[in-house]
Design a protein around this ligand. Sequence first.
Ligand code: BDR
Ligand code: CA
Length: 314
Amino acid sequence: TTPIYLDCDTGVDDAIALGLLLASAEVDLVGIGGVHGNVSAAQGVENTLRLLSLAGRDDIPVAVGENQPLYGDFGGGVPHIHGSNGLGGIVLPATAATPVEEDAADMLLRLSHEYAGALEVIAVGPLTNLGTALQRDPSVAGRISSVTLMGGAALDPGNITAVAEANIANDAEAALAVVSAPWPVTIVPLDATMTNVFEDSDRQKLLAAEAMFVRSLGQILDPYFDYYMGEFGRRCSALHDPLAAAIAIGAIAPGNAPRVPVTVDTSDGPGRGQTICDLRGQRMGPTDKEEATVRVVLDAQDQLGPVLIDHLLS
Ligand code: BDR
Ligand code: CA
């Protein structure tokens, strides 16, 4: 099995990414850190703990992480997308489980020693915990085998501003630190996640599942589907974070995914939060740039629905 540290701002699609990882036999989820984003870090961690309890996985340690970006303040979340509590307003059963004492950045640093060279990081929220870990100990980059993150927009428009995607916009400085550090990064931007949707027929399958955990995932998707009605014109949704998780664990194959120089706009202008991917010279097919450490997944096998159903219902 592969040791994985998951960093998330547990809203609706984060919850489903967690479900996918829990259902994957080859994954050993050795720690989960919570970060500000869809909700506050504390609310996201509470959501994670309740989901883990429902899934019977209280054994996985969960750490509270940063509640504000490296520079600036928590943006207040997105209740119109993820509901008041981040889980579509669905109240999951309370749990006696509590977060561990160390914070998320320290958890990541500790795990990077415990699983040196083997630990994979999947980050599906703003990158403040990873940025904080890099600030505390830059050598962490050399002990991580890969970082896969959901974030950014390469050629597509953003979803928070014309050019910026939420996870990057919510901490542009941390995102810049993460794509600049000497670890292999794969970014799964909106280009891939907005073209790989989860259909209502698949949600109905979750709702009919035997396990309450899986039925709850179907329930929390309901208001999320309402939100995405405005984007797709039918009841379905993008599931950004599960796609990134599926690519990280090899359950979905990336399509066009060149390794290219990537930077993040941290200026105060209209470009703030943009992921600037140097895609010049790609017209004749994906071409890796020797010196680049960031792979940009521009599209992926359109398999998210079947892959999720397969994992969650087996
Ligand atoms: C990303 O932002 C969050 O709202 C989602 O959970 C996802 O990680 C999509 O832009
Ligand atoms: Ca997220």
